[in-house]
Design a protein around this ligand. Structure first.
Ligand code: NAD
Length: 441
């Protein structure tokens, strides 16, 4: 209910990927009438049948219920969706282009189509992660197509894949970039059901809102690269990064989150967003040195396990069979965009090994990427049959307490390369495994 008139707002969400589908579904869950648009007909057909094109815990059930209750609809027809709606979210992808800048083609295409479909006042909300100044350009693009009035708002999204619904329903904060008080009120009312526990809705100017999103991702990525460098130093000086992480994390000024060393960050956001900030800073005449280093460290970190594997097998992987657990860039998602597993798998394949991989949900995505180059198995233990070693690339919970005896009986050689530090070195020793992890003795 928006505008103080107890009136339901019609909402369109353009782009039904990891973000758009969650946004649309959660807004429908609070009673709004939402129409989700995507140019991918196969996705829309699937959604109309109550199936989700991506894996996100809890999402499919929510989609199905809201669709059944006729608050959530799906279409490829953007014009119709725009005509019916007051608020239109743009949630299309902004992947990196060949200069590492955010590719805004999809955003501007949607803006143009919105402009062409305008049949009255609209609020156009940029949900996609976009560089500073994009809202202005979206406004210009729409204005070139229509004489109808509209406002453009920046409303970056902070959800995490794997916990997207919880994050959207109970956000730490909502950022709204607009200079129009009335528009801010409408947006605040739209989000009111999600901030009943008192988390803030922060209204700011559009440019600051656009940059806030990048600043957050850049900070989190930097913490990961920082702890990875500490881990790399630990390996050289005989210290234990786990102890250091605890020691650092209990400092109230630092906090424990995002201080887990590993094989680097991946996904559809951190890598591209860090590079996009470096790039747009350069365009503004500023060299963002910390973020350049964050990216460099991360790229290096993704190859760290390959080095450990090579050293263990004395530089020769030919004929070796390597099991790999976890393909997605993090647990609870099937997203493999820029996943460290990609670097690791390709690295060991290039050096002559073969790979038997298991992931609880990403097998379908992985098979489209690797084709027949990797054997994808249905159960984690199947990957271990005849394996010369096991690589752990993603810390899915189900890997934490495996049957080590069974593992040992299946593997040709008892060696584990743990890229996520999920086992204790002591336990590994007790079970007779040679165990490599990150930054621990
Ligand atoms: P995605 O690739 O999963 O989904 C994008 C969708 O947009 C696709 O379904 C695609 O078919 C559709 N699309 C593209 N062009 C279109 C057009 N012209 N008309 C209609 N539909 C079109 O992307 P995503 O992961 O949901 O990310 C979307 C945006 O949100 C990006 O800017 C991303 O950086 C940002 N973001 C992502 C996350 C995340 O965890 N994935 C979190 C916060 C912010």
């Amino acid at each position: 209910m928006v505008g103080g008139k107890e009136q339901q707002v019609k909402i369109a969400v353009v782009g039904t990927g990891y973000v758009g589908l969650v946004v649309g579904t959660c807004l429908a869950e609070t009673g709004h009438d939402v129409i989700c648009v995507d140019s991918d007909k196969a996705k829309i057909d699937l959604l109309k049948r109550g199936k989700t094109p991506i894996y996100e815990p809890g999402l499919e059930e929510l989609v199905r219920r809201n669709a059944q209750e006729e608050r959530l609809a799906f279409t490829t027809n953007l014009k119709e969706a725009v005509e019916k709606s007051l608020v239109i979210f743009i949630a299309v992808g902004t992947p990196p282009d060949d200069t590492d800048a955010a590719d805004l083609c999809n955003v501007f295409e949607v803006a143009r189509d919105i402009g062409r479909a305008m049949n009255g006042y609209k609020i156009v909300v940029n949900k996609s992660t976009v560089p500073v100044g994009t809202a202005d350009k979206v406004g210009e693009t729409i204005a070139a197509e229509t004489r109808e009035e509209f406002d453009v708002v920046s409303n970056p999204e902070f959800l995490k894949e794997g916990a997207a619904i919880e994050d959207f329903m109970k956000p730490d904060r909502i950022i709204i970039g607009t200079s129009d008080v009335r528009v801010a009120e409408i947006m605040k009312e739209l989000y009111a059901p999600f901030v009943r526990t008192g988390h803030p809705i922060i209204v700011m100017d559009i440019r600051s809102a656009e940059l806030t999103k990048y600043a957050c991702n850049a900070m989190l990525a930097t913490r990961i690269s920082f702890i990875n460098e500490i881990a790399n130093l630990c390996e050289r000086v005989g210290a234990d990064v786990d102890k250091i992480r605890q020691g650092m994390g209990s400092d109230a000024r630092i906090g424990p989150a995002f201080l887990f060393p590993g094989v680097g960050y991946g996904g559809s956001c951190f890598p591209k967003d860090v590079r996009a900030v470096v790039r747009s800073a350069a365009e503004a005449g500023y060299e963002f040195r910390i973020l350049r280093a964050t990216d460099e460290v991360n790229e290096q970190q993704k190859s760290l396990l390959i080095g450990k594997v090579m050293r263990h097998f004395r530089g020769d992987l030919r004929g070796k069979v390597l099991a790999l657990w976890g393909l997605s860039f993090k647990p609870r998602t099937d997203d493999m965009r820029e996943a460290p597993s990609l670097t690791i798998v390709r690295g060991v394949l290039e050096r002559g090994a073969s790979v038997r991989a298991y992931d609880p949900v990403a097998a379908k995505v992985a098979s489209a990427i690797f084709g027949g180059d990797v054997v994808l198995v249905k159960r984690n233990y199947d990957a271990l049959e005849g394996a010369d070693g096991l690589i752990i690339a993603t810390e899915w919970n189900e890997f934490r307490y495996p049957d080590f005896k069974r593992m040992a009986s299946l593997m040709k050689e008892r060696v584990i390369f743990d890229g996520r530090n999920i086992y204790s070195p002591k336990t590994m020793q007790e079970h007779g495994f040679t165990y490599y992890s990150i930054g621990r003795p």
